[in-house]
Design a protein around this ligand. Structure first.
Ligand code: FMN
Length: 340
């Protein structure tokens, strides 16, 4: 383990592989809260109704297997699965996780079993759980996205999240997410081949995120999610080597939260389609703030690595906040910020 400050992730080295959830040390780290009388926690995102607004972010929850051993994941509104590609990918060489002050860098590089293996081995188990399933996809060409949309729609996922914002792969990914005309082309192709709602995931690594948001809305996106990770870098002082083997990676966790809130607010004001907000959300207070900024639903990502129970705790905390504020429906938070 290189010597650099470890301020947030309790077990960083454990996540150098595919980030399995850590077995908690206490017997009862989380006691599920009872539903609150008179409070409706359900939300509808582009026609997809969820029992509550909390989704787990792609790449931070695998396919739910490990976390499902810790708690009943049907307490969540939705699961967005690890990014799928047309064929199996090994991902990038290690080290591919580095800790940062209040966050982490990753350069996992879309390690996944491929879309067909997901449909055969993971999806049937997920469909038995009372949770919305969002399939996150990445391709090298617009046609790749079309092929995967067709297969996943037919296989019965609830929604497709089109990732045009991965900073850790050479082809496709971020190249599509930083140019409005390419972002629109991929969105059109995905829509043409989908029978379920298509959500497009935007990159924060742009000057004006609303430009890309308008382009994908114009191309038919049913919803928009943001933010993906922010490109970053750390260097080991002794070896003078970048800590990540890929030199750079994507920053996530609480460090990015204010940037994410700002971008969600900007995008929610620029488009009519609903927004799934994410970036640094670790608790119910953060989720409420993200909704005030304009998010219809909220994802919890890197926080799962610091505390695998973070997503379910976030559901309970958000309900408590909504009740304390006298709301009858959690969706009353969406867009309710009062800007100066
Ligand atoms: C280890 C890791 C792997 C990720 N893999 C993916 C992925 O496969 N597809 C994707 O769209 N986003 C991926 N992300 C980005 C997250 O889904 C999320 O957009 C980002 O981390 C910001 O949210 P957070 O700060 O709550 O983690 C990954 C993030 C991390 C930390």
């Amino acid at each position: 383990m290189p010597e650099y400050n470890r301020t947030w992730l309790p077990q960083a080295e454990q996540f150098a592989g595919q980030c399995p959830a850590k077995q908690p040390e206490t017997d009862a780290p989380w006691t599920p809260a009872q539903p609150i009388d008179g409070l409706d926690m359900s939300v509808t995102l582009a026609g997809m109704t969820m029992k509550n607004p909390i989704v787990v972010a792609s790449g931070t929850f695998g396919f739910g297997r490990e976390y499902g051993k810790l708690y009943d994941i049907s307490r969540l509104g939705g699961i967005c699965v690890k990014g799928l590609t047309p064929a199996r990918r090994e991902g990038n060489p290690a080290p591919r996780i580095a800790e940062t002050p209040m966050g982490m860098l990753n350069s996992v590089g879309l390690q996944n079993p491929g879309v067909d293996a997901f449909i055969e081995h993971e999806l049937p188990r997920l469909k038995d759980i009372d949770i919305r399933i969002i399939a996150n996809i990445s391709g090298n060409t617009p046609e790749d996205y079309g092929v995967m949309c067709e297969k996943l729609s037919a296989a019965g996922v609830d929604m497709i999240e089109v990732n045009i914002s991965c900073p850790n792969v050479k082809a496709g990914g971020l190249a599509y997410g930083t140019r409005p005309e390419l972002a629109a082309e991929v969105t059109e192709e995905a829509k043409k081949h989908s029978t379920v709602p298509v959500m497009v995931k935007l990159s924060p690594n742009v000057t004006d995120i609303t430009e890309i948001a308008r382009a994908v809305e114009g191309a038919g996106a049913d919803a928009i999610s943001l933010i993906n990770t922010i490109r970053g870098m750390r260097i080991d002082l002794k070896t003078r080597r970048p800590i990540l083997k890929m030199n750079t990676g994507g920053l996530s966790g609480p460090a990015v939260f204010p940037v994410a809130v700002r971008m969600v607010w900007e995008v929610a004001n620029a488009v009519k389609v609903p927004v799934l907000g994410m970036g640094g959300v670790s608790n119910g207070r953060d989720a409420a703030e993200m909704m005030l900024a304009g998010a219809t639903a909220v994802s919890v990502g890197a926080a799962c690595f610091a505390d695998p129970y973070a997503p379910v705790k976030t559901v309970d905390e958000l309900a408590k906040i909504a009740a304390e504020q006298g709301l009858s429906h959690v969706s009353q938070l969406t867009g309710a910020v009062r800007p100066w």
